[in-house]
Design a protein around this ligand. Structure first.
Ligand code: UTP
Length: 417
């Protein structure tokens, strides 16, 4: 680093109480490691990290805003309109206007699988990984409509190498020319004193910046440009851990096109008013998601004349946007939320510390915080047992066992049909 730049970094480290990084840096012997560490020191936004840490110690009550229910369409109750929307979607899919994005940059800490979550085998007879199940869905629908749907996979610095190796080893499930990887952004982790941690690899410990990083990463990595070259206009964005995800849904797409909106989201009805899920709503007139921690009991239990929950449409990380919307959402910074996690680190004496309880803050942006950028969104309620089987925990709710059962039930049902 040039002396001038380094002096600026030194000043910042002092100003933001991160001088331990300087001490550590000065003692690095390995030239290669030192260069990498230096680049990290240069690129960190210390002011941002400082303000995010401060928010963890002095909880700031976020302005909830004016929250109202949002209209939704129920896929089961579209009646004669079902075919109408479906045909519009099919036309667009056949014209090659759809791409799929799978967000696979998360750490999967709750599941505790050793490797990227997408490589996890949920225990089906086929022993297919989550990635392969998702790829099967794309191939099947592509075949149905005579197209090959491009698949963009978001990884993180932490799992990119392992993920790409996994695809190579599995010959990309026969889908190689349609697979594109891109890496999401990351932010340093801090301890309970706000000090940036050093990781086991001797570098500053950074973690993926949340699924909200997807828009900015699509733009920065120029995947948006690639999509444009391919003639793509609509992008389905979903998580890697829902083994029933339907990334290609002509009804959702037709509805969005016909209603002339830039975004669409799928929902499943809340299992009960107390279920801990975020629900679609309007905030200050714009589409949004209100988290369970923000909703009052009264709102959670309120029903309409037909007895349906007014705030009952759970956000399941299955959304569709046009390219212009992604570019818009990717150009404005999202707020970061903090999560208290277990993080192995190197202490000031050079010893590796493996904590057995959470010890560090990780900062994440949430994808739905960007929905307010959109003028409007259509929400399509789908059936939980057909489209939502997430793998979050090692056992119990949303575990490999529940996902496997839902997957087997649905596929048995399809075969009988
Ligand atoms: P979750 O919020 O459930 O996180 O991610 P996770 O990493 O899978 O699991 P935990 O919380 O550590 O146990 C929902 C989806 O968003 C992706 C995940 O890979 C998953 O598909 N995600 C999450 C990212 O791509 N990047 C992130 O930074 C966070």
């Amino acid at each position: 680093m040039e002396t001038e730049n380094f002096e600026e970094v030194e000043r910042k480290l002092k100003r933001y109480n991160q001088e331990h990084l300087l001490d550590y840096y000065n003692n690095i012997q390995d030239e290669n490691l030192k260069n990498k560490f230096e680049k990290q020191l240069e690129n960190i936004d210390y002011e941002l990290i400082d303000s995010l840490y401060k928010k963890t110690t002095i909880p700031i009550k976020e302005e909830v805003g004016n929250v109202e229910p949002i209209d939704y369409w129920d896929k089961e109750r579209l009646g004669g309109k079902y075919d109408f929307y479906e045909n519009i979607g099919i036309e667009a899919i056949k014209a090659g206007k759809l791409a799929a994005v799978t967000m696979a940059g998360g750490q999967g800490t709750r599941l505790g699988h050793n490797g990227p979550k997408g490589s996890f085998d949920i225990g089906l007879d086929s022993h297919k990984s989550l990635f392969e199940l998702l790829c099967d869905g794309l191939k099947e629908m592509g075949k149905k409509y005579g197209v090959e749907i491009p698949w963009f996979i978001m990884t993180s610095e932490e799992n990119n190498e392992e993920t790409t190796e996994f695809f190579k080893k599995n010959k990309y499930f026969g889908y190689e020319k349609n697979v594109h990887f891109f890496v999401q952004g990351q932010l340093p982790m801090v301890d309970t004193e706000g000090k940036i941690l050093i990781g086991e690899n001797g570098l500053i410990k950074e973690a993926a910046d949340g699924h909200g990083g997807v828009y900015e990463s699509l733009v920065k990595s120029k995947m948006i440009d690639k999509m444009k070259e391919l003639g793509v206009e609509w992008v389905f964005i979903g998580g890697v851990d829902n083994c029933l995800v339907r990334m290609v849904d002509p009804v959702l797409m037709g509805l969005a096109i016909y209603k002339n909106v830039t975004g669409a989201g799928k929902s499943v009805v809340k299992a009960n008013p107390k279920e801990k899920v975020g629900v679609f709503c309007r905030k200050n007139g714009r589409p949004n998601v209100i988290e369970y921690s923000e909703i009052t009991d009264e709102m959670a239990e309120a029903t309409d004349a037909a007895g349906e929950l007014l705030y009952g449409e759970s956000h399941i990380l299955c959304n569709l946007f046009n390219l212009e919307a992604i570019e818009r959402m990717g150009s404005n910074p999202l707020p970061y939320h903090s999560a208290f996690k277990k993080a192995t680190y190197i202490d000031k004496d050079g010893n590796k510390v493996v904590p057995d309880s959470p010890n560090a803050y990780k900062f994440e942006a949430f994808l739905f915080d960007a929905f307010g950028e959109l003028d409007d969104m259509v929400i399509l309620r789908v059936k939980r047992e057909e489209e939502f089987a997430p793998v979050k925990n090692a056992t119990g709710v949303d575990s490999p066992e529940t996902a496997r059962n839902l997957y087997n039930n649905l596929h048995k049902h399809i075969e009988i049909k």
